[in-house]
Design a protein around this ligand. Structure first.
Ligand SMILES: Nc1ncnc2c1ncn2[C@@H]1O[C@H](COP(=O)(O)OP(=O)(O)OP(=O)(O)O)[C@@H](O)[C@H]1O
Ligand SMILES: [Mg+2]
Length: 268
Protein backbone atom coordinates (compact mmCIF):
# COMPACT_ATOMS: atom_id res chain seq x y z
CA UNK A 1 0.00 0.00 0.00
CA UNK A 2 1.34 3.42 -0.94
CA UNK A 3 1.53 5.83 1.98
CA UNK A 4 0.06 9.30 1.59
CA UNK A 5 1.93 12.10 -0.07
CA UNK A 6 3.43 14.49 2.47
CA UNK A 7 5.12 16.99 0.26
CA UNK A 8 5.42 17.66 -3.43
CA UNK A 9 7.18 20.14 -5.67
CA UNK A 10 6.15 20.50 -9.27
CA UNK A 11 8.71 22.03 -11.63
CA UNK A 12 9.94 24.38 -8.92
CA UNK A 13 12.67 26.86 -9.84
CA UNK A 14 14.47 29.61 -7.96
CA UNK A 15 16.44 32.30 -9.71
CA UNK A 16 18.70 34.85 -8.07
CA UNK A 17 19.12 37.44 -10.81
CA UNK A 18 20.30 35.54 -13.86
CA UNK A 19 21.46 32.59 -11.81
CA UNK A 20 19.18 29.57 -11.48
CA UNK A 21 19.85 27.94 -8.10
CA UNK A 22 16.99 25.45 -8.34
CA UNK A 23 15.95 24.39 -11.81
CA UNK A 24 12.59 22.73 -12.51
CA UNK A 25 12.70 20.32 -9.59
CA UNK A 26 9.78 17.93 -9.29
CA UNK A 27 9.93 15.90 -6.10
CA UNK A 28 7.56 13.81 -4.05
CA UNK A 29 7.87 12.71 -0.45
CA UNK A 30 5.64 10.05 1.09
CA UNK A 31 4.63 9.47 4.69
CA UNK A 32 7.18 7.52 6.69
CA UNK A 33 10.04 8.02 4.29
CA UNK A 34 13.57 8.91 5.34
CA UNK A 35 14.71 10.60 2.17
CA UNK A 36 18.26 11.72 1.53
CA UNK A 37 19.29 14.59 -0.75
CA UNK A 38 22.92 14.70 -1.78
CA UNK A 39 24.84 16.81 -4.23
CA UNK A 40 28.00 18.89 -4.54
CA UNK A 41 28.49 22.34 -2.99
CA UNK A 42 26.20 24.89 -4.53
CA UNK A 43 23.94 22.24 -6.09
CA UNK A 44 20.86 24.00 -4.73
CA UNK A 45 20.00 21.65 -1.87
CA UNK A 46 19.53 24.27 0.86
CA UNK A 47 17.72 26.57 -1.55
CA UNK A 48 15.34 23.72 -2.34
CA UNK A 49 14.64 23.34 1.41
CA UNK A 50 14.01 27.10 1.55
CA UNK A 51 11.43 26.74 -1.21
CA UNK A 52 9.75 23.76 0.45
CA UNK A 53 9.53 25.53 3.81
CA UNK A 54 8.48 28.93 2.47
CA UNK A 55 11.62 30.91 3.28
CA UNK A 56 11.81 31.89 -0.37
CA UNK A 57 8.97 32.11 -2.85
CA UNK A 58 9.73 30.05 -5.96
CA UNK A 59 10.36 31.85 -9.24
CA UNK A 60 8.11 29.28 -10.81
CA UNK A 61 6.42 26.01 -9.96
CA UNK A 62 4.13 24.73 -7.25
CA UNK A 63 4.60 23.29 -3.78
CA UNK A 64 2.03 21.13 -2.00
CA UNK A 65 1.84 19.83 1.54
CA UNK A 66 -0.54 16.98 2.23
CA UNK A 67 -2.03 17.57 -1.21
CA UNK A 68 -2.78 21.22 -0.42
CA UNK A 69 -1.18 23.94 -2.53
CA UNK A 70 1.01 25.96 -0.15
CA UNK A 71 3.03 27.88 -2.74
CA UNK A 72 1.78 31.22 -1.47
CA UNK A 73 1.87 30.36 2.25
CA UNK A 74 4.50 31.90 4.54
CA UNK A 75 7.06 29.82 6.40
CA UNK A 76 5.20 30.10 9.73
CA UNK A 77 1.98 28.99 8.08
CA UNK A 78 3.76 25.94 6.70
CA UNK A 79 5.17 25.19 10.15
CA UNK A 80 1.60 25.09 11.43
CA UNK A 81 0.85 22.51 8.75
CA UNK A 82 3.72 20.39 9.99
CA UNK A 83 6.76 21.13 7.83
CA UNK A 84 9.79 22.20 9.82
CA UNK A 85 13.43 22.59 8.86
CA UNK A 86 16.69 22.87 10.72
CA UNK A 87 19.43 25.14 9.49
CA UNK A 88 22.86 24.34 8.18
CA UNK A 89 24.63 26.82 10.42
CA UNK A 90 24.44 26.62 14.18
CA UNK A 91 21.56 29.02 14.55
CA UNK A 92 21.51 29.60 18.28
CA UNK A 93 22.28 32.59 20.50
CA UNK A 94 25.39 31.71 22.48
CA UNK A 95 24.71 33.99 25.44
CA UNK A 96 21.25 32.61 26.15
CA UNK A 97 20.50 29.45 28.08
CA UNK A 98 19.65 26.30 26.16
CA UNK A 99 16.04 26.50 27.30
CA UNK A 100 15.71 30.21 26.41
CA UNK A 101 17.05 29.50 22.93
CA UNK A 102 14.51 26.78 22.47
CA UNK A 103 11.62 28.84 23.83
CA UNK A 104 12.58 31.76 21.58
CA UNK A 105 12.57 29.58 18.52
CA UNK A 106 9.20 28.10 19.42
CA UNK A 107 7.26 31.24 20.41
CA UNK A 108 7.61 32.61 16.91
CA UNK A 109 5.25 29.93 15.72
CA UNK A 110 3.27 28.95 18.77
CA UNK A 111 -0.46 29.73 18.84
CA UNK A 112 -0.50 29.85 22.66
CA UNK A 113 2.30 32.36 22.85
CA UNK A 114 0.53 35.38 21.43
CA UNK A 115 2.33 38.42 20.12
CA UNK A 116 3.49 39.83 23.48
CA UNK A 117 5.16 36.60 24.52
CA UNK A 118 7.47 36.83 21.56
CA UNK A 119 9.56 39.37 23.37
CA UNK A 120 9.55 37.86 26.81
CA UNK A 121 12.45 35.93 28.22
CA UNK A 122 13.06 34.44 31.65
CA UNK A 123 10.43 33.44 34.16
CA UNK A 124 7.53 34.72 32.09
CA UNK A 125 7.64 31.88 29.58
CA UNK A 126 4.19 30.41 29.19
CA UNK A 127 4.23 27.16 31.18
CA UNK A 128 2.85 25.09 28.34
CA UNK A 129 5.65 26.17 26.03
CA UNK A 130 8.31 25.52 28.64
CA UNK A 131 6.89 22.04 29.17
CA UNK A 132 6.97 21.33 25.44
CA UNK A 133 10.52 22.64 25.19
CA UNK A 134 11.69 20.53 28.12
CA UNK A 135 10.09 17.50 26.49
CA UNK A 136 11.98 18.28 23.27
CA UNK A 137 15.27 18.59 25.20
CA UNK A 138 14.49 15.29 26.87
CA UNK A 139 13.97 13.65 23.50
CA UNK A 140 17.32 14.76 22.14
CA UNK A 141 19.07 13.84 25.40
CA UNK A 142 20.17 17.26 26.66
CA UNK A 143 17.50 18.16 29.24
CA UNK A 144 20.23 18.23 31.92
CA UNK A 145 21.73 21.20 30.03
CA UNK A 146 18.52 23.28 29.99
CA UNK A 147 19.90 26.05 32.24
CA UNK A 148 23.38 25.98 30.77
CA UNK A 149 24.66 28.91 28.72
CA UNK A 150 24.49 27.75 25.13
CA UNK A 151 28.08 28.86 24.47
CA UNK A 152 29.26 26.11 26.80
CA UNK A 153 27.67 23.34 24.76
CA UNK A 154 29.77 21.08 22.58
CA UNK A 155 29.14 21.30 18.86
CA UNK A 156 27.31 17.98 19.01
CA UNK A 157 25.01 19.20 21.79
CA UNK A 158 24.31 22.40 19.84
CA UNK A 159 23.28 20.24 16.93
CA UNK A 160 20.95 18.31 19.24
CA UNK A 161 19.53 21.65 20.39
CA UNK A 162 18.84 22.57 16.78
CA UNK A 163 17.02 19.30 16.30
CA UNK A 164 15.08 19.97 19.52
CA UNK A 165 14.09 23.36 18.03
CA UNK A 166 12.58 21.47 15.14
CA UNK A 167 10.90 18.81 17.27
CA UNK A 168 9.36 21.39 19.64
CA UNK A 169 7.35 22.69 16.69
CA UNK A 170 5.71 19.26 16.43
CA UNK A 171 6.51 18.56 12.81
CA UNK A 172 4.95 15.90 10.66
CA UNK A 173 7.91 16.19 8.36
CA UNK A 174 11.32 17.35 9.51
CA UNK A 175 13.90 18.63 7.02
CA UNK A 176 17.47 18.36 8.28
CA UNK A 177 20.10 20.40 6.47
CA UNK A 178 23.46 18.69 6.98
CA UNK A 179 22.83 17.61 10.57
CA UNK A 180 26.23 15.89 10.73
CA UNK A 181 28.39 18.69 9.32
CA UNK A 182 31.34 19.64 11.50
CA UNK A 183 30.78 16.89 14.07
CA UNK A 184 33.34 14.44 15.40
CA UNK A 185 32.89 10.73 14.66
CA UNK A 186 31.45 10.13 18.13
CA UNK A 187 29.01 13.02 17.78
CA UNK A 188 27.99 11.77 14.34
CA UNK A 189 27.07 8.40 15.81
CA UNK A 190 24.99 10.10 18.52
CA UNK A 191 23.17 12.42 16.13
CA UNK A 192 22.53 9.56 13.68
CA UNK A 193 21.04 7.48 16.50
CA UNK A 194 18.86 10.43 17.41
CA UNK A 195 17.76 10.89 13.79
CA UNK A 196 16.84 7.18 13.65
CA UNK A 197 14.71 7.58 16.78
CA UNK A 198 13.03 10.68 15.39
CA UNK A 199 12.26 8.84 12.16
CA UNK A 200 10.11 6.35 14.09
CA UNK A 201 7.67 9.20 14.60
CA UNK A 202 7.88 11.34 11.50
CA UNK A 203 8.84 11.67 7.88
CA UNK A 204 12.36 12.94 7.31
CA UNK A 205 14.40 14.57 4.58
CA UNK A 206 18.14 14.83 5.17
CA UNK A 207 20.66 16.82 3.19
CA UNK A 208 24.12 15.38 3.53
CA UNK A 209 27.38 15.62 1.63
CA UNK A 210 28.76 12.23 2.47
CA UNK A 211 26.59 9.50 1.08
CA UNK A 212 28.22 6.82 3.22
CA UNK A 213 26.92 8.41 6.41
CA UNK A 214 23.26 8.23 5.47
CA UNK A 215 23.09 5.30 3.08
CA UNK A 216 21.95 2.93 5.85
CA UNK A 217 19.42 5.42 7.14
CA UNK A 218 17.60 6.58 4.04
CA UNK A 219 14.96 4.67 2.15
CA UNK A 220 15.34 6.92 -0.85
CA UNK A 221 18.14 9.00 -2.27
CA UNK A 222 17.93 12.02 -4.56
CA UNK A 223 20.86 13.74 -6.18
CA UNK A 224 20.99 17.44 -7.06
CA UNK A 225 23.51 18.93 -9.41
CA UNK A 226 23.57 22.50 -10.71
CA UNK A 227 20.04 23.10 -9.50
CA UNK A 228 18.58 20.00 -11.09
CA UNK A 229 17.39 16.74 -9.64
CA UNK A 230 19.50 14.29 -11.62
CA UNK A 231 18.54 11.05 -9.85
CA UNK A 232 15.88 9.87 -7.43
CA UNK A 233 15.27 6.32 -6.23
CA UNK A 234 16.39 3.56 -3.91
CA UNK A 235 19.95 4.29 -2.75
CA UNK A 236 21.54 1.19 -4.30
CA UNK A 237 20.27 2.06 -7.75
CA UNK A 238 20.99 5.77 -7.51
CA UNK A 239 24.59 5.09 -6.54
CA UNK A 240 25.04 2.96 -9.65
CA UNK A 241 23.55 5.61 -11.93
CA UNK A 242 26.21 6.63 -14.49
CA UNK A 243 25.33 10.35 -14.34
CA UNK A 244 25.48 10.36 -10.56
CA UNK A 245 28.82 8.60 -10.60
CA UNK A 246 30.13 11.09 -13.12
CA UNK A 247 29.05 14.05 -10.98
CA UNK A 248 30.21 12.61 -7.69
CA UNK A 249 33.27 10.68 -8.48
CA UNK A 250 34.40 11.82 -11.92
CA UNK A 251 34.93 9.89 -15.11
CA UNK A 252 37.78 7.74 -13.83
CA UNK A 253 35.61 6.03 -11.25
CA UNK A 254 33.04 4.79 -13.74
CA UNK A 255 34.27 1.25 -13.23
CA UNK A 256 32.09 -0.94 -11.07
CA UNK A 257 33.14 -0.74 -7.44
CA UNK A 258 32.02 -2.65 -4.42
CA UNK A 259 30.80 -0.91 -1.30
CA UNK A 260 31.53 2.75 -0.85
CA UNK A 261 35.31 2.65 -0.83
CA UNK A 262 35.58 4.80 -3.94
CA UNK A 263 33.26 7.38 -2.45
CA UNK A 264 35.20 7.60 0.79
CA UNK A 265 38.38 8.08 -1.18
CA UNK A 266 36.87 10.85 -3.28
CA UNK A 267 35.46 12.66 -0.26
CA UNK A 268 38.74 13.14 1.56
N1 LIG B 1 20.03 34.32 -1.38
C1 LIG B 1 20.84 34.03 -2.40
N2 LIG B 1 21.22 34.97 -3.29
C2 LIG B 1 22.03 34.67 -4.33
N3 LIG B 1 22.52 33.45 -4.59
C3 LIG B 1 22.17 32.46 -3.73
C4 LIG B 1 21.32 32.69 -2.60
N4 LIG B 1 21.15 31.51 -1.94
C5 LIG B 1 21.86 30.61 -2.62
N5 LIG B 1 22.47 31.17 -3.70
C6 LIG B 1 23.30 30.46 -4.67
O1 LIG B 1 22.58 29.35 -5.14
C7 LIG B 1 23.44 28.23 -5.31
C8 LIG B 1 22.91 27.07 -4.52
O2 LIG B 1 23.12 27.33 -3.16
P1 LIG B 1 22.65 26.33 -2.04
O3 LIG B 1 23.04 26.94 -0.76
O4 LIG B 1 21.23 25.98 -2.23
O5 LIG B 1 23.55 25.05 -2.36
P2 LIG B 1 23.77 23.74 -1.53
O6 LIG B 1 23.54 22.59 -2.44
O7 LIG B 1 23.00 23.78 -0.27
O8 LIG B 1 25.34 23.83 -1.23
P3 LIG B 1 26.17 23.38 0.06
O9 LIG B 1 26.37 21.91 -0.09
O10 LIG B 1 27.46 24.14 -0.07
O11 LIG B 1 25.40 23.73 1.29
C9 LIG B 1 24.83 28.69 -4.89
O12 LIG B 1 25.56 29.04 -6.04
C10 LIG B 1 24.55 29.90 -4.03
O13 LIG B 1 25.62 30.81 -4.08
MG1 LIG C 1 23.49 23.83 1.71
Amino acid sequence: MQNGMVLESQSVSKRFGNFTAVDQVSYQLFEGEAAGIIGPNGAGKSTFFNLLTGLYPPSEGRISLFSRDVTSLRADQRVMLGVVRTFQLVSVFDTLSVLDNLVLSVVRFHPVAGKKARFILGSAHPAAIVAECMAALERVGISHLAKETTAKLSYGDKRKLEIAMGLALKPKVLLLDEPLAGLSDGEITEVLDLVREVHKEMTLVIIEHKISRIVDLVTRLSVMHEGRLIADGVPGEVLQDPTVRQVYWGAESSRVFSGLAAEEKAEV
